[in-house]
Design a protein around this ligand. Structure first.
Ligand code: ADP
Ligand code: AMP
Length: 216
């Protein structure tokens, strides 16, 4: 199956993707994670993307479209995939449709995790990420068992540069201006599924689970 996890920064896409990719048995493809890995390794893509990411701007469409085209052509995507953080613009959504056409697949659903902006700021400013496995924690809402240590792999937790106040504000504005219009694109195709993301993590997981059961 092919799903997109959609929603503003901090909605809980990465948090829910973990269980969902296991449940569907498909790879979790987070464009943010892939870009951060490229920045860390200093690749040509990473060097081009870094300045946009630090400011909370979107990385240019052509770079993201090439990245996704390449990733979706990998053998592990034959059984399906879970996209997180892509598409974020109308040109990206159109390019995804073309890529899906080429590989004879279509989207089973776009899961929109809906959260208001006040809650997003609270979530992003308290977010901590594992340097090794990328797992997402929150200092209050989802703290690790031991301070600054990942429960899953023992890696060190850190705060993303773009989770500082100035970049958070910009990312939320960018979402409204450039990404929110994509919701309408999928609504028209009748594949948009709205999930109330303001609930607690386990409740959101339960709602996504029951949505999948309804689709089966
Ligand atoms: P996204 O991938 O959409 O940017 P994350 O999954 O990284 O968002 O979640 C953002 C922050 O909010 C993290 O610190 C995470 O632990 C926390 N979080 C995620 N879902 C919830 C929730 N339902 N309630 C409270 N905090 C949450
Ligand atoms: P995320 O981890 O999804 O919050 O993404 C972190 C940053 O990576 C974003 O603020 C953008 O700069 C960049 N990014 C991730 N996905 C995309 C995308 N689909 N289009 C453009 N930029 C992206």
């Amino acid at each position: 199956m092919q799903f997109v996890l959609f929603g503003p920064p901090g909605a809980g896409k990465g948090t829910q993707a973990k269980f969902l990719s296991e449940e569907l048995n498909v790879p979790h493809i987070s464009t943010g994670d892939i870009l951060r890995e490229n920045v860390k390794k200093g690749t040509a893509l990473g060097l081009k993307a870094k300045s946009y990411m630090d400011k909370g701007e979107l990385v240019p469409d052509n770079l993201l479209i090439d990245l996704i085209k390449d990733r979706l052509s990998q053998p592990d995507c034959r059984k399906g995939f879970l996209l997180d953080g892509f598409p974020r613009t109308i040109p990206q959504a159109e390019a995804l449709d073309e890529i899906l056409d080429d590989i004879n697949k279509n989207l089973d659903g776009v899961i929109n995790i809906d959260v208001g902006s006040g809650e997003l700021v609270r979530r992003l400013s308290g977010r901590r990420i594992c340097r090794s496995c990328g797992a997402s924690y929150h200092v209050v809402f989802n703290p690790p068992k031991a301070k600054d240590i990942c429960d899953a792999c023992g890696g060190e937790l850190y705060q993303r540069a773009d989770d500082q106040e100035a970049a958070i504000k910009n990312r939320l504005n960018v979402y409204v201006r450039q990404t929110q219009p994509v919701l309408e694109y999928y609504k028209k195709k009748n594949i948009l599924i709205d999930i109330d993301g303001e609930k607690e993590i386990d409740e959101v997981t339960a709602d996504i689970r029951s949505m999948l059961a309804d689709m089966a």
